[in-house]
Design a protein around this ligand. Sequence first.
Ligand SMILES: *Cc1c(COP(=O)(O)O)cnc(C)c1O
Length: 417
Amino acid sequence: MYDFESTVATYCRAFPADFATARGSLLTDASGQTYLDFLAGCGSLNYGHNEPRLSAALVDYIQSGGLAMSLDLHTAAKERFCETFRDVILEPRGMTHRMMFCGPTGTNAVESAIKIARKATGRRNVIAFTNGFHGCTAGALALTGSSHHRGQGNPITSDVTRLPYEGYQSLGFDTADYIEALLDDPSGGIDAPAAFVVEVIQGEGGLNAASGRWLRRIEAIARKHGALLIVDDIQAGCGRSGSFFSFEDMSVSPDIVLLAKSLSGYGLPMAMVLLKPEFDALSPGEHNGTFRGNCHAFVTGAAALDLFWRDGSFSEELAEKSAQLTGTLNRIAASYGLTRKGRGFMQGLAFPDPADALTARARCYDAGLIVECCGPEDEVLKLLPPLTATAQELTIACTIIEEAVRTTLTSQFDEVA
Ligand SMILES: *Cc1c(COP(=O)(O)O)cnc(C)c1O
């Protein structure tokens, strides 16, 4: 049936079931088998599949004749989203950022951000980090570390300087010191940067989590050198890190913040660039696109903010469940010689031998749990549960993972013996 589909498709190879329906953390395939979905659209389904109150808001909007497509015209849906995002997210955090609606994918937001930073500073060079992942269009790809994604034969690397993320390869020095020294040195060979683009938790790059201290250093270096600080919160944002933005409580103030994946709350495509007013540098239409402002995504996005972020109870629940996940993964890591990585609802287990991570992923799938691998060698088994996953679902998933880890590492031991 899929003979005509391109070889580029990827997730369906690791998880080949034919999925029919979904609700919350659960997927059901055509034969009626259920799976716990701890991939959750790579973090695009922070509130689970088909959250019934979001479904209802969308169905109401469609049945009442609301616009589906509006370019960037003003609509009731857009107005309500902007008002809700301002009231629930920006103002309580003292943020004055403007909302720029770009094309509907994360990579569109990245392209917009680097275009803005280059225009605002009159500079070309952008600093990106080892193991960063920022998307698959040309500009975003140049920022991405992975040679697999950049294309081994003909990588796109123009006007980007890549520098080491915090703790890179455990080399034993403070990479912020190194970065500062390079930039301070007129012979360091780095052209004055327009921006630093950084993930606070590297989603695809192996769940490396930056400390507040390192991020503040990067911010200070950016300020000293007249560069913008751009936080790519496409995966770690919308609550996945444990708070709405990944950098909350770190005392940094990014000039630009990028959101996509879970912004619509429903798996509908939607991306947004948040930018400080002084960097709102593009003139009308200078960055364009047909699908900017997906009305259906505005509707579910606003409803999700109302439901989950208007008061603090969801964040509190998230903190408890994150602690549960951390505790269990720490225990499994200690028992089997693995390393726990990440934080919040993006945590995982790094395997010394990357092949074992892929074997464990396959065993999890056989046991009804969908989890992906990430990291430069796919060595990290990565959990991205819906934030709405219950404590019981987390327990079941961790039991499956522990069993998968045990059988993977034990059967290998048997082979050696
Ligand atoms: C997924 C992702 C992107 C790209 O988003 P797309 O919607 O796939 O274009 C960019 N940055 C990060 C951190 C991501 O996780």
